[in-house]
Design a protein. Structure first.
Length: 161
């Protein structure tokens, strides 16, 4: 059903479904002023929405009359104790995870810190592995262009005057 709400110089066209969304707020008296006015105007002309609101109020009253049983004091104490134990286990687990995270971070910083030399990052040759396993290490031969600066011969260039 369509409803045209007019008031204060404004007219709005709404369907019943849109009003139904507001019914629970209206029944609990938490609906704001403008929407409350629109809904009350709609309820004056719409028997379907008025019936839905009546059923909602009847259900709310029935639930209120049922009330509820409170748990026994012994049950409440057991529940509180178990919840406290679960909370402690969760905190311990979080601390353990934090400690491992810090340890991994420190190890990574130590390994990746500039100036720390963890050793060569390239795989060792087969000859080096064999020498290392036999107990004698061989020195890796250097290529000719990698001779130490002290061993290089000074360059002599003829000079003419």
């Amino acid at each position: 059903m369509w409803y045209i709400a007019a008031g204060k110089g404004v007219s709005i066209v709404l369907e019943c479904e849109e009003f139904e969304e507001w019914l629970s707020e209206y029944a609990e008296d938490t609906l704001d002023g403008v929407r409350k006015e629109l809904l009350e105007g709609h309820l004056r002309f719409c028997p379907r929405c008025t019936e839905v609101l009546g059923r909602m109020r009847h259900l709310a009253q029935a639930l209120h009359r049922l009330g509820g049983e409170s748990p026994s004091a012994a049950f409440q104490l057991r529940l509180d104790r178990r919840l406290g134990e679960a909370r402690l286990r969760q905190q311990r687990r979080a601390r353990r995870t934090l400690r491992w995270g810090i340890a991994v971070a420190v190890a990574l910083v130590w390994l990746l810190w500039p100036g720390s030399d963890p050793g060569p990052t390239y795989p060792a040759s087969i000859a080096e592995r064999g020498a290392a396993s036999s107990g004698r290490a061989r020195e890796r031969p250097r290529p000719p262009d990698a001779v130490a600066p002290a061993q290089q011969q000074p360059a002599v260039h003829p000079v003419s005057f």
